[in-house]
Design a protein around this ligand. Structure first.
Ligand code: ADP
Length: 218
């Protein structure tokens, strides 16, 4: 079993999905929720499952929360509980706090009270789905920063048989191909003279505007 230990607070849809994934990857995971039913639903998918109100500092101390490498606060709807939990975790000296935000304002407050990383699952999923809707060739889209993203784009018929050098995407669209996916194989050091094959997927990094132009025209 891997040595990294995670605590996930809030076993809603997001929290339980994070917890189950980490557990399946062989990490030690403690799932915490104030709702006993939620804990019972997830008991077989975590190493330990505990019923506790995490806005209560004493309860967090008793769980030894400081000893976890990462604590994920996945409380969504109850914004007050989410903020209070992050604040308390910070005060208790938790090394890394990742928190889920409902909206931008909530996210700003979470950073202010001590979150090391804030995630916006609904917003990010919305962006990914929207890019997929704009162009059926876009398989996935992940924002790296406000203006920069990575997109997985299916090659168009007119790219097939050409090399990256011939496609000249850097000059034409100001995007960079960081990998080429051919079936199950990932080529993360694409050669400028490798020929694009039918069904290949390009993993492209760039400014959002440039990526959009590339998605629409290429
Ligand atoms: P999602 O949208 O991911 O389903 P929810 O906000 O519905 O998120 O779920 C968050 C979970 O957090 C719920 O199961 C809720 O019981 C739990 N929760 C809310 N407040 C606290 C708290 N103070 N302590 C522990 N768990 C909490």
């Amino acid at each position: 079993m891997s040595s990294k230990q995670f605590a996930i607070i809030g076993m809603g849809r997001f929290g339980s999905s994070v917890a189950r994934t980490l557990y399946e990857l062989d990490f030690e995971v403690m799932g915490i929720d104030e709702n006993e039913e939620r804990i019972n639903e997830n008991i077989q998918y975590v190493t330990h499952a505990v019923v506790a109100d995490t806005t209560d500092e004493r309860a967090l101390k008793e769980l030894g929360i400081r000893n976890f490498d990462v604590v994920v606060v996945a409380i969504g709807v109850d914004i007050q509980a989410s903020i209070l939990t992050v604040l308390t975790l910070k005060e208790l000296g938790v090394k890394k706090i990742v928190a889920k935000a409902q909206n931008e304002r909530h996210g700003q407050v979470l950073y202010k009270v001590g979150a090391d990383r804030v995630v916006f699952p609904e917003r990010d999923m919305g962006v990914r789905v929207a890019h997929n809707l704009i162009s059926a060739n876009v398989l996935d889209f992940i924002e790296l920063a406000e203006d920069y993203s990575v997109a997985e784009v299916m090659v168009s018929p007119r790219m097939v048989g050409k090399s990256l050098r011939q496609l000249n995407l850097r000059a034409l669209y100001e995007v960079n191909v960081i990998a080429i996916k051919s079936g199950d194989k990932f080529n993360i050091t694409p050669n400028p003279d490798d020929l694009i094959q039918v069904g290949d997927v390009l993993v492209v990094i760039g400014n959002n505007k440039d990526l959009q132009t590339f998605e629409e025209q290429a």
